[in-house]
Design a protein around this ligand. Structure first.
Ligand SMILES: [Zn+2]
Ligand SMILES: [Zn+2]
Ligand SMILES: [Zn+2]
Ligand SMILES: [Zn+2]
Length: 386
């Protein structure tokens, strides 16, 4: 074998080293190609994913050392990222510690998702739980983005990250509820505390591991918790602001899913709905027939007191605020957090009595809602601008 010293000078290679490596754009790293199924873009969107973190090639860095050069400015970043991901993966979530097992987990600054669903139903492309979990994260972040826009909030206004836990084993879910959340309940639960949690069973009768139902419940309940967690921790659902608490949660659910399938209380979800959760034309018709005022009673209830039709009315009143008085959304939330009565809030921020709000809202509904609803459509992936 000839010694390399006897080879003719490799002009091309020398040139490449001097100019930096063209294969990696002088970064010293290249993309890891083992993430095709969900897509590198989706993996980059979520800083921590337990599937990506266990990639045999990149350990979740999503990058590899460039095989064609001795490294570049991004080589150090790659090592730092690897260490960060490894540290995250060893830090188990509370359910993992309790149940002594690993779950599929995705994490952004605002949302910590635990997703234990073996196969997602009623989905063509996203049956795979890892793929669907990334979709849920897009939805959650999309929801938070529009929410911040409505409420004039910045990411740092969220007091602590929101955990969403989907289990498929009822026993495991119950154990987590009792031993981690210290709540016993048959249905799903929202824990309104520092590091708030939504915990639910994906196999329960209203969900049945169905993708669209998982999406709707995730968005809906995340909004309840965003309302609690944004600016300062306070749950308005028990401060006679049920219409605002439920109305907002329905609004985002409807915005993304095209219809409403959650009625705030787990028991209510399986029992009743109003007009199959498709509300515009039905409300328009119902309000045109109903002469007596509805708001005086509606705007003084807790979330748990609302009846199915009240949910639709609450959604519509929030819809009216979004379209006609967007600047009061944040002041409304802050005032309700201080337990102020609705009539004072309307007076102060809208210069209107409850009756005047009702009049204006009813007029707007008749003018803006269609006589027949369009076909229910799920909003396109990942999200659309308002
Ligand atoms: Zn290179
Ligand atoms: Zn992933
Ligand atoms: Zn990889
Ligand atoms: Zn709700």
């Amino acid at each position: 074998m000839m010694s390399p010293f006897f080879l003719p000078p490799q002009e091309k290679v020398l040139e490449e080293v001097l100019a930096g490596c063209r294969r990696c754009d002088e970064r010293g790293v290249v993309d890891c190609m083992a993430h095709q199924k969900v897509g590198l873009q989706e993996e980059h969107f979520v800083p921590y994913c337990s599937v990506a973190a266990q990639c045999d090639s990149c350990s979740g860095a999503l990058l590899l050392d460039c095989p064609h050069c001795d490294g570049g400015p991004d080589s150090m970043a790659l090592e730092a990222r690897k260490a960060l991901v490894a540290r995250w993966l060893t830090k188990e979530s509370a359910p993992e510690v309790l149940l002594e097992k690993k779950f599929l987990r995705l994490e952004t600054d605002a949302f910590h998702l635990l997703f234990d669903v073996e196969k997602v139903k009623n989905e063509k492309k996203m049956k795979d739980p890892h793929h669907f979990a990334h979709f849920l994260m897009r939805r959650l972040e999309g929801t938070a983005e529009i929410f911040r826009d409505h409420f004039q909030a910045k990411p740092h206004h969220l007091i602590s990250p929101i955990s969403i836990w989907w289990f498929s084993d009822a026993k495991e879910k119950r154990k987590v509820m009792e031993d981690v959340l210290m709540i016993s309940s048959g249905g799903d639960i929202k824990k309104y505390t520092r590091n708030p949690v939504y915990c639910a069973d994906a196999t329960e009768s209203a969900i049945q591991s169905s993708g669209p139902m998982l999406e709707a419940a995730t968005v809906h309940n995340a909004v309840h918790i965003l309302l609690f967690d944004m600016f300062r921790e306070s749950w308005i659902g028990e401060k006679k602001a049920g219409w605002f608490d439920a109305g907002a949660s329905h609004w985002y659910e409807e915005y993304f899913c095209g219809r409403v399938s959650n009625y705030c209380i787990a028991e209510a979800n399986t029992m009743v709905d109003w007009k199959n959760g498709v509300w515009r034309s039905a409300l328009r018709k119902w309000l045109a027939r109903e002469d007596s005022p509805v708001l005086p009673a509606l705007v003084n209830q807790h979330t748990g007191q609302l009846m199915p039709r009240d949910h639709a009315l609450s959604w519509s009143l929030f819809d009216w605020v979004v379209h006609n008085h967007p600047k009061v959304i944040q002041p409304f939330l802050m005032a309700y957090k201080e337990h102020q009565p609705t009539r004072d809030i309307f007076k102060k921020h809208l210069s209107m009595t409850v009756r005047q709000v009702e009049e204006s809202w009813r007029k707007w509904v008749q003018k803006s809602y269609p006589t027949k609803d369009a076909k229910v459509k799920r909003r396109k992936f990942p999200k659309a601008k308002l």
